[in-house]
Every structure is written in C-alpha cells, then in structure tokens.
Ligand binder design. Structure first.
Ligand SMILES: [Zn+2]
Length: 664
C-alpha cells in the first residue's frame, strides 16, 4: 500500500503540471462522436503525455479508495469497484495503442517508448498492493458462501489468479525485483517492435525497367506502383517487405537475383546489425523472462506462460507439436524434391533455395493443375471477400452489416459498418483497416477500441480488424491471394467473438479469454471460407460466393472462370492435386519457412497450405486484454491495459509474431 500511495503522490504532481489539457484532451474526453467513437481528427502529439498522467492518477486514486475502504470486503465494494475503475485509462490506452499499431508516426513512437515502463509501473503498484490483494484473497477464500452468479465467480477467480501471477503474494524484496524486471521487459518489448517497424519502413526494392519486372503479373505491378508512390517514387515500382508485397514477387518474379535480394531483406528485419538489431534485446528478454518465472515459482518461462492456458504445460504443447512435426516435415521434404526436380527439368543446376520455393511452387501447381494464383486472384477481390465474410456471419449468427461513412476514423482507408443482430438490435461497430502503409506495423490483427459490458451501462463494442493487403491502383479492384482471404476470415472470426460478447464484466468481455481459447472462434470461422456447405439450395461456401459469381477485374478472367470450374470437376482430391494440403491447421507464419505447396484446383483442392497465420510467439509485449490475433511479423505494441489486464501479461494472438507474448 505504501508504494501505491507514493505513486499517487507523484502522479498528482504530474497531473497538476498538465491540468491545462484536462478538459480538451481527446484522449481523456468522453467519446461523443457517432456511436460513441473518439474524435480521431483532434488528437495531437501533445495530448499523449498529459492524458496518460491524468488517467494513471485517476485510476490510482480509484484503486486506493477501494483498497482503503474501511468496510469489510464484499464483491460489490471490491470486485465491482475494480471493474468499474480506470475508465479514462482504458480509453486512453485503447486509443493510443490502436494508433501506435495501425497509424503511427515519430511522435507516437517516441511516446510509446516512454509509456511502456510507466504502464508497467502503474500496474505493478496495483497488482502487488498487499492491502488490495488481502481483500481479493479474503473474498476468494469465502467464494462458496458469497452467493455469486456463475459470471461473478469466474470474475473473482480471474482476479485472484491475476494478482497471484503478478506477484501479489511475494515478499517485499521479490516484489521489488519483479517490478524492475517488468519495467525493463516493457521497454525491451516496445523497442523490439519499433526496430522491426523501422527496418520495414526503410527498405524497398525499387524495380527499374522491364527487366526487373520480368514475370510479374499486372496485379503485382499495380501494387508495386502504389507502394512506390507512397514512398515518393511516382512512376516507379517498389516491392516492400510487407508480406502482401513480397510474397507475390517471390511467386512470380523470374529474376532469381532479385528474389534472393528481397528474401534476405525480408528475413533480416531486426537482424541486420546497427541500431535496429534485436539480437541483444532478445537475449536480455529471454533472461528476464526466465528470472520472472523463477521469482513466481515456475521452473521456466514456458511453464509460467502456459499455466494460465488450456494447454497448461510445455509438455502438452510439445506433444501436440511433435504429432504435427513428423508428417509436416515429410510433406515439406516431398515438396522440396518435386521443386528441385522442376529446377533440373528447366536445365538449371542450382540447389533450391528459400527464395526459389514460392516461384517453383507456382510452376508446379500450374503443371499439375493447370491453374495458378494469378488466375484465381481476379476472383478474390477484397470487396467480394468482405461481402463473403459478412454473408457467413449473417448465415451463422443472423448479423447484418451496414456501412456507416460518417463515423470518424484514423485514416481515410478505414471503413466502418454498424453491426445489428437478427432482430435488428445494435451490437457494435466494425472497423476494417485493410491496406498496407508505412505508418502501419506489418501483419494482421484484431483489436477493440471498446469492449462490450453491462457494468457501467449497456456498452457496445468498437471492434477493429487491421490488415496489410497491397492496395491496387486508383480505380482498380484490390486482389487478394488465397492466403490473404483466409487471413481476413480469421481476423473477422476474432472480431465476431468481440462483437457477440454478452457479459456484464469487462474482465471477461469479448476476447478476454484464455490465450489459446481465443484462437478457437477465428480458426473455426476461417474454415467457412472454403469448407462448409450450407444446408440450403444452392449449396455453397463463402469462397463459392466469390468464385461462382465473380466480378472479374479483366475480361480475360471469364476464361479463367471456365477453367476454374473445369478444374473443380477434373481435379478430384487425391488424384492430380498431389500436394493436397495437410489437414492440420496449425500455422506458423514464419517468413523463412517454405510453405508446403498447395494445389489450388477449384473447389475440391482449394485449400492452400499455410504457412501464415498467426503469429509466432511473441517477443514483444502485448497486454492480455488485447485479444485477437495478429498475424503479423511484428506485433504492434500492446493495447489495452484495462484494469483487467496486466501489462506484463502481454500477449495474445494477435498472432503472428508477436502474439503471445511478452511477458505474460
Ligand atoms: Zn488469431
């Protein structure tokens, strides 16, 4: 309690210094735009520091009052009160981290570095507060006699576990050391993420002339022109190390030297030496995570991290991975041999390298199934895939999506839909931010500007999907790869999880569930892109919406359409599609890992095999409340630090590389 009181004193000083900003700070003000959306257009860099100073102070005061309540602890005066506290802080954190991930700039990056340790300190002071934990622990011990609802009992159990896992029961020296470790990890996580972003922003492969463009289909050239324009290179073509830019180049470019060049740049993010190299940061993070686990009584960070998941133990995770590894490796080796044979058949004499994999996989698919990704792409227009995702949500859950153009957004590319349920009740807003840009971290993720709850009123969620698709040229449709389309469905599954939330307490709202459970709705939903057959006539899956009623981008696609349908019947599973995809849906989106070849031969064989999905384990910090997955190679820094989340517990799918987290 003492530490907490001191903290309050310091924050009060900061608050007084910055009081002039109080009433007109869009990060603090009640969000009064349409549907309760924040005033993005009014946010300026000078708002960040005073907003957080005031929000931390206000939250600290609320929590101090709860801890110091002279009355005996009750669920209402302790848990309800904690759940209702920190509203201004949650708003500021959610808003700031949305911008830090999806539309950052130098001022945001600078404040993000400053904010990370402050946030860690703030939460450590709360979660290690002895008096406060005493109240929670007392309630927890008598939980069977409190006549709690099932939801209240779950919330109480989660609070007790959260405080325990944050070190509330440790002795004073251990708490002090743990707080130092958490603060340092918060700084390292932010630095790691920003280093990767810096490398992504600074690199572009500029293509000069037709020789450099050899083999690239029109949609790749169009996206490369747009990327060049964004970098002030109008009239040229640029390939960036955003996945949606580099992967098509690796698939189609006949210039092996350029494929190698961009591939090496792609996998070298944060690994190129110099100021943005992350190797030393990784080493320090690994050591500090291990120390944190030891302080909390776990044999390793993996034991600590997994203890609060469904998987539960490192042994369970390894057992699952081992079951996948052997058959997965066999398939990859068979693919490699087939690709190497193709190299030889072309009269070439080099050993297949990682930058050759996607290129020859396309050739093999063409040879075996007479179809390639360039043929399919015109049918996978972004607009049609969004439509298919909404159609699926309507069929499954009765939801409808109506475009709302007057709602404030953080970038002109962002679109907003109002979501209603089957009886027409408002359920929330869905924001789609689909295109890559230099101000955005790479990857794909779901986040929320506001979670659903009923404790502080009937509050509806503001849910966000962020993607990094290459934007087509002006007036042209944006075409997705099959992998992109599946990513969109996956993240939309997370968004539905948040939109369909129906609880009272913020602690368990939306995607605030166990880390590995949060992947269930998204992994299930992505299968509706290709797998399901509706029990109505006509039978169709979402992908068939896109394919069977395409709006081809060019006249030539009508030929492709015929071929696609032809192949659908001529290419039954297990015959000509020799590289039938594995059944496992466990993705590890590691850029350097060649992905198994997948034949896309119409509907029967249309499931490309993954390598994408989600994030690899995370290295950066991300709060547990920031659920949803991020299929990114680098996670944006954490969002939300609601009272319900612990900063060090960063992590979550926001999957990809980054998702899991930090500390947590
Ligand atoms: Zn996910």
């Amino acid at each position: 309690m003492h530490a907490f009181t001191s903290h309050m004193g310091r924050m009060t000083e900061q608050t007084q210094v910055s009081a002039y900003e109080a009433d007109d700070n869009p990060l603090l003000a009640q969000w009064s735009g349409p549907f309760g959306v924040p005033a993005f257009g009014r946010i300026k860099p000078e708002h960040f520091r005073p907003a957080f100073a005031r929000a931390f102070a206000a939250h600290a005061a609320e929590v101090a009052a709860i801890a110091g309540n002279a009355q005996a602890p009750t669920f209402a005066n302790t848990i309800d009160a904690l759940e209702a506290s920190g509203e201004a802080l949650a708003r500021a954190v959610d808003l700031f981290h949305l911008l830090a991930g999806a539309h950052t700039n130098d001022a945001i990056l600078a404040f993000e570095r400053e904010l990370a340790p402050l946030k860690a300190k703030h939460w450590d002071r709360i979660l290690m507060d002895e008096t406060l934990f005493g109240r929670i622990d007392g309630l927890y011990r008598m939980r069977d006699r409190l006549a709690l609802s099932a939801e209240q009992r779950r919330v109480l159990e989660r609070y007790h576990l959260k405080f325990t896992r944050a070190g509330a029961a440790l002795d004073a020296p251990a708490k002090t050391r743990l707080a130092d470790v958490n603060e340092r990890l918060a700084t390292l996580g932010t630095t790691f993420s920003q280093n990767v972003l810096a490398d992504e922003q600074s690199y572009a492969l500029v293509l000069d002339g037709e020789d450099d463009l050899a083999g690239l289909p029109d949609f790749v050239r169009a996206a490369a022109r747009t990327a060049a324009e964004e970098r002030g290179l109008a009239g040229k073509h640029a390939i960036t190390i955003s996945r949606s830019s580099v992967e098509p180049f690796l698939q189609f470019s006949t210039r092996r030297d350029l494929r190698e060049k961009i591939f090496r740049a792609w996998i070298a993010r944060g690994d190129g030496g110099g100021a943005t190299d992350n190797k030393a940061i990784i080493a320090e993070m690994v050591a500090l995570r291990a120390e944190r686990a030891r302080l909390l009584g776990y044999p390793s960070f993996a034991h600590y991290r997994l203890d609060d998941t469904m998987a539960k133990t490192p042994q369970a995770v390894r057992a699952l991975l081992e079951r996948v590894w052997a058959p997965g490796r066999r398939r990859a080796m068979a693919d490699r041999d087939a690709l190497q044979a193709l190299v030889q058949a072309e009269g070439k004499n080099f050993a297949l390298a990682p930058w050759d994999w996607r290129y020859y996989a396309e050739k093999l698919r063409k040879a075996r199934c007479d179809i390639d990704e360039a043929t399919i792409k015109p049918y996978l227009q972004l607009e049609r895939i969004i439509e298919a995702a909404f159609y699926t949500a309507n069929r499954l859950f009765g939801l409808t999506f109506e475009r709302r153009d007057g709602v404030p957004v953080w970038h002109d590319d962002v679109r907003v839909w109002e979501v209603r349920d089957a009886v027409g009740r408002h359920r929330g807003l869905f924001f789609g931010d689909y295109f890559a840009r230099t101000s955005k971290h790479s990857g794909a993720w779901m986040t929320a500007l506001r979670d659903q709850e009923r404790l502080r009123g009937d509050i509806h969620p503001l849910v966000v999907n962020v993607m990094n698709f290459s934007k087509a040229g002006e007036g042209e449709p944006t075409l997705l790869s099959f992998d992109d389309a599946k990513t969109l469905f996956h993240e939309f599954g997370h968004a539905l999880h948040a939109l369909l939330s129906d609880v009272t307490y913020p602690m368990i709202a939306g995607t605030n569930v166990l880390l590995d459970w949060s992947e269930l709705p998204s992994q299930l939903f992505e299968h509706w892109l290709v797998k399901p057959r509706w029990n109505t006539s006509p039978r169709r899956s979402s992908i068939s919406i896109c394919i069977s009623s395409p709006r081809p981008a060019t006249a030539s696609t009508s030929t492709a359409s015929s071929r696609l349908n032809l192949r659908a019947s001529a290419c039954p599973r297990k015959s000509s599609c020799a590289t039938d995809p594995p059944t496992s849906n466990t993705y590890s989106r590691a850029p350097a890992t060649p992905r198994p070849i997948t034949a896309i031969c119409g509907r029967r064989c249309s499931m490309p095999t993954p390598s994408r999905r989600s994030r690899r384990p995370a290295i950066s910090s991300m709060p547990a409340s920031r659920r949803g997955c991020m299929m990114m190679s680098t996670p944006p820094a954490a969002r939300a630090t609601r009272p319900t989340s612990t900063p060090p517990f960063v992590g979550v799918c926001r999957r990809p590389t980054g998702c899991s987290g930090g500390g947590g």
